[in-house]
Design a protein around this ligand. Structure first.
Ligand SMILES: [Zn+2]
Length: 459
């Protein structure tokens, strides 16, 4: 069983649009009401309101405000849950204190239950490409036309309605349960576990691959170089227009137009980036059956430099890291490989030290850790290799049991397949269900990893 998220564009009629806007407004007001409730209780009684208190107050709330009676109860609960998630993230120190949301920033709402609330009909499905269909929202009483292109379809478990204000477009995003991994790419069969590739993400070369025979590198496409000047110019134009000031003046129509231009440019940039990411990862997934990567820490990589000279330099580095979208790239490669039944192996960076280890003899060189050290020459065996290529070679060697200087067996090297996540427990709907279940069964609930265990077992 694999979970996937598929997003369809919706095509509402004028009347349907009005209803959608009403639904969004009601959910926004509910969200703000929940935030206000929590703030009030804290200020007055120094007590924390939890999710269940607010959830149990919903029926009474609905009786008071008759507009909410038409809306699906579980979707209202999901909105209350959003507030709870935001507060939990705040308590864990991941985010700032939740704010009241203006309707401009309010995206939409969710139907968390696949059995009620919404119904999906998929039309004209070709062999693997689903093209269009209908989604019925029971509570708003309408059937919406939708379009999207996907290679698979399954049982929808949740549906999220999203509005993107700058494009003035509506979307329906489903999470789908697919029954079994299907081969989506390539025609090689059966799976060949000999074909293994290690890849590493970098800044100058976005991607360096090693498959045991040779290297391949993909240079950083630097989308920001193409788009940043245009966005900059558009923002300069925006500054000259009459901007909205709360309670004083409305935005001029030229300001709105300029604003729309900027968001269009940004949307274009992200579309171009996504297209590139899909092409690169599909390419990898179609050629190889095992992918080896190291655990990467994008947050750490893009941390702000605090002082002095390095500030600007680090900002530039961060931009180029974020521009490629390392996190997404990694995830895409992972789900595509797993989707076709392949394996994904993560190397423990701290234990293996791919960037400091000589691929030929296994000696660890501490001075190789510095990023300025672009070309590595081993003192012990004389092996020469460029930095990025050396580290992917080590990673590949480790996964293939061929790295000298390390014990045999993946277990010894603490490798793991990368579905184990380091996500903190913030009490999502899924996690909440787990808490409830384990409470009723026994008291020993283990906080933390609730993801399904990996396909890969070492040894
Ligand atoms: Zn060496």
């Amino acid at each position: 069983m694999a979970n996937r998220r598929l997003t369809f564009r919706l095509y509402p009629t004028k009347v349907q649009k009005e209803k959608l806007f009403l639904g969004r407004k009601l959910h926004q007001l509910l969200y703000n009401a929940c935030v206000a409730h929590r703030r009030f209780e804290w200020r007055k009684n120094r007590s924390n309101v939890d999710y269940f208190t607010q959830q149990n107050a919903l029926p009474g709330f609905r009786q008071q405000w008759s507009d909410y009676q038409q809306l699906n109860l579980s979707s209202l609960q999901a909105t209350v849950k959003r507030v709870d998630l935001a507060y939990n993230a705040f308590f864990k120190g991941i985010r700032k204190r939740p704010k009241f949301k203006s309707i401009k920033n309010y995206s939409g709402w969710t139907y968390p239950d696949g059995r009620q609330g919404f119904k999906v009909q998929i039309e004209c499905s070709q062999k693997y490409a689903v093209n269009c269909g209908w989604v019925t929202l029971n509570d708003l009483g309408m059937r919406l036309r939708m379009r999207g292109r996907f290679k698979y379809w399954g049982k929808p478990t949740t549906c999220t309605i999203v509005y993107r204000p700058h494009q003035d477009e509506w979307y329906a995003s489903f999470s789908i349960k697919t029954s079994e991994p299907k081969r989506l790419f390539g025609s090689k069969s059966p799976l060949d576990y000999e074909s293994m590739v290690a890849f590493d993400l970098g800044c100058e070369t976005a991607l360096t691959c090693y498959d045991g025979y040779g290297f391949d590198s993909i240079s950083n496409p630097r989308f920001d170089r193409e788009f940043a000047p245009k966005i900059q110019q558009a923002s300069r134009q925006l500054k000259r227009k009459q901007r909205p000031i709360k309670g004083k003046q409305k935005a001029s129509s030229r300001w709105k137009k300029a604003k729309r231009k900027i968001s269009k440019l940004k949307a274009k940039q992200s579309a171009v980036r996504q297209d590139w990411q899909h092409k690169v990862t599909t390419d990898i997934a179609s050629c190889y059956d095992i992918v080896v990567t190291e655990k990467l820490n994008v947050k750490g990589m893009t941390r702000k430099a605090k002082t002095g000279k390095r500030k600007k330099q680090k900002a530039g580095l961060n931009r180029s890291v974020l521009d490629v979208g390392f996190g997404t790239l990694n995830q895409m490669a992972l789900y595509k490989i797993l989707g076709k039944g392949g394996l994904h192996i993560t190397i423990d960076t701290r234990r293996v030290k791919p960037s400091q280890r000589c691929p030929s003899c296994g000696t660890v060189h501490k001075e190789w850790a510095q990023l300025s050290n672009r070309y590595h020459v081993c003192d012990d065996c004389g092996f020469e290799v460029p930095r990025d290529q050396g580290s992917v070679m080590v990673m590949w060697n480790v996964a293939a049991y061929r790295q000298p200087g390390l014990g045999t067996g993946l277990v010894n090297r603490r490798c793991s397949s990368s579905t184990d996540s380091t996500r903190k427990h913030t009490g999502s709907m899924k996690q909440l269900g787990q808490v409830k279940r384990s409470k009723s069964q026994s008291a020993d609930f283990v906080d933390g990893d609730l993801e399904t265990p990996s396909v890969y077992t070492a040894g």
